[in-house]
Design a protein around this ligand. Structure first.
Ligand SMILES: Cc1cc2nc3c(=O)[nH]c(=O)nc-3n(C[C@H](O)[C@H](O)[C@H](O)COP(=O)(O)OP(=O)(O)OC[C@H]3O[C@@H](n4cnc5c(N)ncnc54)[C@H](O)[C@@H]3O)c2cc1C
Length: 463
């Protein structure tokens, strides 16, 4: 499950976490700047994790906040589905990555009884058989090649080489061909693309910065969106829905924000938290145009499609305590959706990014399900996968999600060093947050989005 299996940076300086607040009490004022009152006005654009958290902090410091969201719902890439009784299925963010994170603290404070360690054992596709990690690293017939793969994947933070893709680097390291799909699942798919599309230098930057720890957590009976609705209830209630921003004019002393339906809002400062894809497709017009280094960073950092496809079965075909199934040629990672939450629902999530997501997205929904069932049948030849499928599925295609238009930003070749440029304020009037602006190694996560909101609010208060 989209987990940080590779990251070993346990005590690496904690660049952002060192000043991040913990949620010691729900009404405790988090100390961004001591004894400070901000009397100005701020328009926050976007009500995902970064925007909601930022509006909460801004209000704590006295700002007059107008919070505009394009969609009819808040949450952005936190998107629970409740169509199957007995479980909240996360179609976007699901895992809380590590315990040293602002999101972990938020969950620990607000919904402690729901917070559980990521359950289940991982299995890997190796020559069409499911194998444990111990088998990969210890089986004599593999002659140490599996262990070598894990060593390579664990050492990206100290990569000594130049610009090349992860796929090229693994070829240079003569990775055993049997492990190519597994390595793709663990690195490329995990990071929101595939090993051909991830650049080693940008990956090194991300891995060296990551400091949240490796203990994945999930919420057993709450969704991440419910956590935000609980923790930031007052802010969530003040979001103005169905207000898609079309233009931002920052020529004058005040910034004028206009929505698609012609409404205008004016404030001293604007905090832009829309997904990178929205900045890329120019659906918001900036007047004057953004600085060229900002445009260059928007171009350099990539964000592609991602799919989650959930299938329901009448009974399990997997062995008990299965967590994830890693390294398929069609689907890089499957996981047992109900593991730790509700085992009786018999759900499997297929999680695809990059070129495999592009391929699958091009098929009809019926074809998608057929291909997934074929792959699962190959792995569980005696499991009667087809017979157990009950015909219920949920297909989530993030490229088609209005005002999101992609999964999450990834370490594309040439994007190293660009996230801090993307994040930089413009003329003391425009500020930027959102997962893609996280330059502490927590890109593409909910806690990274929150950290970016915190960073941007600090910039606003200090301006
Ligand atoms: C399939 C998938 C799986 C994931 N798994 C995990 C996981 O397990 N753990 C994890 O930590 N993270 C995960 N993530 C990543 C995580 O969901 C994101 O990093 C995080 O939610 C992004 O928050 P954000 O505030 O940056 O952006 P968003 O949540 O995208 O919020 C931006 C908001 O801006 C709004 N908006 C866009 N355009 C406009 C406009 N013109 N005017 C006004 N509003 C606008 C959007 O509607 C949206 O609500 C996953 C994401 C996906 C897609």
């Amino acid at each position: 499950m989209n987990r940080r299996v590779l990251l070993k940076q346990l005590m690496m300086g904690l660049p952002a976490a060192a000043f991040l607040p913990t949620f010691l009490s729900s009404c405790a004022k988090e100390v961004l700047i001591e004894d400070f009152k901000f009397t100005g006005s701020v328009i926050v654009i976007g009500a995902g994790a970064s925007g909601i958290y930022a509006s909460n902090l801004l209000r704590q410091y006295g700002a007059q906040v107008t919070h505009l969201e394009a969609r009819s719902v808040i949450g952005g890439r936190m998107k629970p589905n409740t169509s199957i009784p007995g479980i909240k299925i996360e179609l976007g963010a699901e895992e809380i990555h590590g315990k040293r994170s602002i999101l972990y603290d938020l969950a620990q404070f607000n919904v402690p009884s729901s917070l559980i360690p990521l359950p289940g054992d991982d299995y890997y596709f190796l020559e069409n058989q499911l194998r444990s990690k111990d088998f990969l690293t210890g089986n004599a017939n593999l002659e140490g090649t599996g262990a070598t793969m894990f060593q390579i994947l664990d050492s990206f933070a100290s990569y000594p080489g130049g610009a090349q893709s992860v796929a090229q680097y693994l070829e240079e390291k003569e990775l055993d061909a049997r492990f190519i799909e597994i390595a793709n699942a663990l690195v490329g798919n995990e990071y929101g693309a595939d090993n051909n599309r991830i650049g080693m230098l940008a990956l090194k930057e991300a891995e060296a910065g990551y400091s949240s720890g490796e203990d994945g957590q999930i919420l057993k009976d709450k969704s991440l969106l419910e956590l935000f609705e609980t923790a930031f209830a007052e802010d969530v209630n003040q979001v103005e829905l169905n207000k898609p921003v079309e233009s931002i004019n920052y020529e004058g002393a005040q910034v004028v924000v206009t929505t698609e339906n012609g409404e205008s809002f004016t404030a001293d400062k604007v905090l832009i938290t829309v997904p990178l894809s929205i900045l890329k497709n120019n659906s918001i017009t900036f007047i004057p145009t953004l600085p060229s280094d900002k445009l260059d960073s928007i171009d350099a950092i990539k964000m592609d499609n991602g799919l989650k496809i959930v299938l329901q079965f009448n009974a399990p075909f997997w062995v008990g305590n299965t967590g994830s199934i890693i390294g398929g040629s069609k689907v890089p990672e499957y996981w047992i959706t109900g593991a730790g939450k509700n085992e009786s629902v018999n759900l499997v999530t297929a999680f695809l990014m990059g070129e495999k997501a592009d391929y699958m997205a091009g098929l009809s929904d019926a074809q998608k399900i057929t291909e997934i069932l074929e792959e699962l049948s190959l792995l569980y030849p005696t499991g009667n996968v087809l017979g157990k499928y009950n015909g219920i599925n949920i297909v989530q295609n993030w490229l088609q999600e209005p005002y999101i238009e992609g999964a999450y930003s990834y370490p594309s070749p040439g994007s190293e060093g660009k996230r801090s440029v993307l994040a930089a304020p413009v003329e003391g009037k425009l500020y930027f947050a959102g997962e893609a602006t996280n330059f502490n190694g927590h890109l593409a996560t909910v806690h990274g989005a929150m950290e970016s909101g915190y960073r941007a609010v600090k910039e606003i208060l200090e301006a």
